[in-house]
Write a protein that binds this ligand. Structure first.
Ligand code: PGA
Length: 226
């Protein structure tokens, strides 16, 4: 069972997680961060941009990407450039996204550098997914191609002109990959996330609720605002 830290506002959620990232990159300028997309981290990225930190030695790995043209306005590559990477002094060749060479990504994440990712920031889906590890994903999963669940396609259709435009497949890092991070921070924003968050943090540890695996990690912080 993990503590869910309730914060008073979305602004506080964003600045609390920004504080953790700031501390990490100042303590270790060569940090390797695993980063999310979606609506939840928008305030976090805005806050980090405003802090004008030094990102020049930082390496990032995104959690997941849709299988679609990376130049599409709704691709996660475009999202990261628009909201974060183009606004900080990070080197584009240090910003990694999963691609079909899933083993190469997995290797980059944890083997080539002979060290684990320092900090992984996560959101949670209304069905309990973390990254695009949908309910039923194996706790032993690694980076791979996945089909999105009906629920995720429905949830994410708000970013597209119509539900038919939402990609049906994605590439995601696995649950085991996530668990390999030295520290994990889970962010959840909104009352619609409360039930699934409580189920994940207080309920049974089960592949039906992928985020419940986080109960088994000894360095996880969970932040929620409604
Ligand atoms: P959201 O998505 O931040 O857009 O709510 C979170 C997620 O699906 O992981």
């Amino acid at each position: 069972m993990k503590t869910i830290n309730k914060l008073s506002s979305y602004k506080e959620l964003s600045s609390t997680v920004a504080d953790i990232i700031e501390y990490q990159i100042q303590k270790e300028p060569l940090s390797r961060l695993v980063l999310p997309t979606g609506s939840t981290p928008l305030g976090l990225y805005e806050e980090l941009v405003n802090r004008e930190l030094d990102w020049s030695s930082i390496m990032t790995f995104n959690l997941d990407v849709y299988i679609m043209n990376p130049n599409h306005p709704q691709s996660y590559q475009t999202f990261m450039k628009k909201h974060f990477f183009n606004k900080i002094n990070i080197y584009p060749n240090r910003c990694h996204f999963p691609d079909r060479n899933v083993e190469v990504y997995e290797q980059l994440l944890r083997i080539d550098f002979n060290t684990l990712p320092d900090l992984c920031i996560l959101g949670i889906g209304t069905n309990g997914h973390i990254a695009f590890n949908e309910p039923g994903s194996s706790f032993d999963s690694r980076t791979r191609v996945v089909s999105l669940s009906e629920q995720t396609i429905k949830d994410n259709s708000r970013f597209f002109d119509s539900i038919e435009d939402v990609p049906k497949q994605a590439i995601t890092i696995g649950l085991k990959t996530i668990m390999g991070s030295k520290k994990i921070v889970l962010m959840a924003n909104g009352k619609h996330k409360k039930d699934i968050l409580e189920q994940a943090m207080y309920g049974k540890i089960t592949e039906d609720v992928p985020a419940s695996i986080l109960q088994k990690h000894d360095n996880v912080e969970v932040f929620y605002c409604d």
